[in-house]
Design a binder for this molecule. Structure first.
Ligand code: BGC
Length: 463
């Protein structure tokens, strides 16, 4: 990667620099609502499960189906999202996702039977899959290079806030057994997303790609680039013309020698983010703590809430660091720390230590995840692909995230019952160590580079 690349950022010399910065942050905050809905809708089901079972008289198999169907939808959504984002633009896709979230969240809450409920949750899942791609993509493409890490990581912050809010809403509504509002609460952020996206600009990079130069320029100006807007756009157009004219579009571009490496890095990071066990903690921490000897279900649920809050707070720390110390350092620190923390969780189970020992080790694990693999994986996969096929290439990585999530979350309880919790967490620790080696060997530093310079790095490998 070019070490001398000059980051293109907000021109501090313009009188309107401050208001431009506000515009960028506001745009990012509205778009990040896609992340919030992703976090909220994946987590809210856990608190609603019991009540659903009673109201709809569900068997175990039916309940598992009702819970898992959103994940199936997310896989479909992730597969479709890249195509939609490349074809119709990032803004329209995000707008459509907001509409989908509003409509199908309301329908999930109003459903009178399993069929309508599951269909609505499937489509909420599709929206989750689409949002998981388009939100970081849009954020990466509208951000100035020097603060891109922080702005894209707002997506992860929003995911963690969504998870926490879901815990809180479930907890509040559990007393009245009001599962319907657990789902319908998502309509509020969805409406804000819709209204916000009506006013936000389209991604200037996508506009440049489809040949709308003037609109791209106007968008960059609205996003505070001032005098630098032309230079930034020229660079985008230059890199578009540097892409070989006869180069294939779509997924095939990832078979070119340089981009093959980008595909490998993105897919590798996607797999490692999930197979290192994050969602065993996010989805099952009350069960894990109960297994380790926590005295009551209530104490275990409270501890799970604390884990959720720590996850939010540490993401803020990562946001503050990512554009200063870089992506690689955070990934290396994060995966190394997760390895040690998971080894300790296994050790605590092995020694039959108290539940408190497991709790502290799990907190350490969340801290290291939240500083590295959590936010940085989403960031890197939104940065490293060529503009021509960015959406479709991201689809592949994000599909991998959802498929790995499904594989790990779906087998975790059987594995724990098969080999015991100590060995299970040691397996995760070994996978974390592999993640560390992978990051050390393959992940490039993208801090401060424009997306175009990152693309040139791969193009050089191709030539
Ligand atoms: C992961 C999710 C996870 C969340 C927890 C995200 O980066 O992709 O699977 O539930 O972090 O904070």
């Amino acid at each position: 990667m070019k070490p001398d690349a000059t980051p293109i950022g907000i021109n501090p010399s313009t009188a309107s620099a401050a208001s431009s910065r506000i515009m960028v942050v506001l745009t990012a905050a509205v778009a990040a609502l896609g992340g919030l809905l992703f976090g909220y809708d994946t987590s809210v089901i856990s608190g609603a499960m019991l009540f659903l079972r009673n109201d709809f008289h569900l068997t175990d198999v039916q309940l598992e189906f009702a819970v898992g169907i959103a994940l199936a939808g997310a896989l479909v959504g992730a597969a479709l999202a890249g195509y939609c984002a490349d074809r119709w633009g990032r803004r329209i896709t995000l707008l459509g996702t907001g509409l989908g979230f509003a409509l199908f969240s309301a329908l999930s809450g109003l459903a009178r039977g399993l069929t309508i409920f599951s269909s609505a949750r499937f489509f909420v899942g599709v929206c989750i899959g689409v949002a998981s791609l388009v939100t970081p993509l849009y954020l990466a493409e509208m951000s100035p290079a020097r603060i891109r890490g922080a702005l894209v990581s707002l997506n992860q912050l929003a995911i963690t806030i969504g998870i926490c809010v879901a815990y809180f809403v479930d907890y509040q509504l559990a007393a009245s057994e009001n599962w319907r509002w657990m789902f319908m609460t998502a309509v509020f952020p969805a409406v804000i997303l819709i209204v916000g996206m009506l006013f936000l600009p389209e991604s200037p990079r996508w506009l440049a790609r489809v040949g709308h130069r003037e609109r791209a320029l106007a968008g960059l100006r609205r996003l505070g680039r001032g005098d630098e807007a032309e230079a930034e756009l020229d660079d985008v157009e230059r890199v578009l013309s540097e892409e070989r004219k006869d180069a294939p579009g779509g997924f095939k571009v990832l078979l070119q020698p340089g981009f093959r490496m980008a595909a490998f890095v993105g897919i590798g990071l996607a797999v490692f983010q999930q197979i290192t066990g994050i969602n065993t903690i996010i989805y099952y921490s009350p069960e894990i703590l109960r297994m380790s000897g926590y005295p009551s279900a209530k104490a275990a649920i409270l501890a799970a809430g604390i884990i959720g809050v720590v996850n939010v707070l540490i993401t803020i720390v990562s946001i503050l660091l990512v554009d200063r110390v870089g992506r690689r350092l955070l990934l290396l620190l994060g995966t190394a720390g997760m390895t040690v923390a998971l080894a300790l969780v296994g050790w605590a189970f092995h020694r039959h230590s108290t539940g408190t020992a497991v709790f502290y080790a799990v907190i350490a694990y969340i801290v290291f995840f939240g500083v590295g693999l959590g936010p940085v994986v989403w960031l890197i996969i939104s940065e490293i692909y060529p503009i021509k096929s960015r959406g479709k290439a991201m689809s592949l990585a994000i599909l991998t995230i959802w498929a790995s999530n499904w594989a790990v979350a779906g087998t975790f309880l059987s594995v724990i019952h098969g080999v015991g919790p100590a060995v299970t967490f040691w397996i995760f620790a070994s996978l974390c160590f592999l993640a560390f080696v992978f990051c050390l060997a393959f992940v490039p530093e993208t801090k401060g580079k424009s997306l175009e310079d990152i693309e040139r790095h791969w193009l050089k490998l191709s030539s």
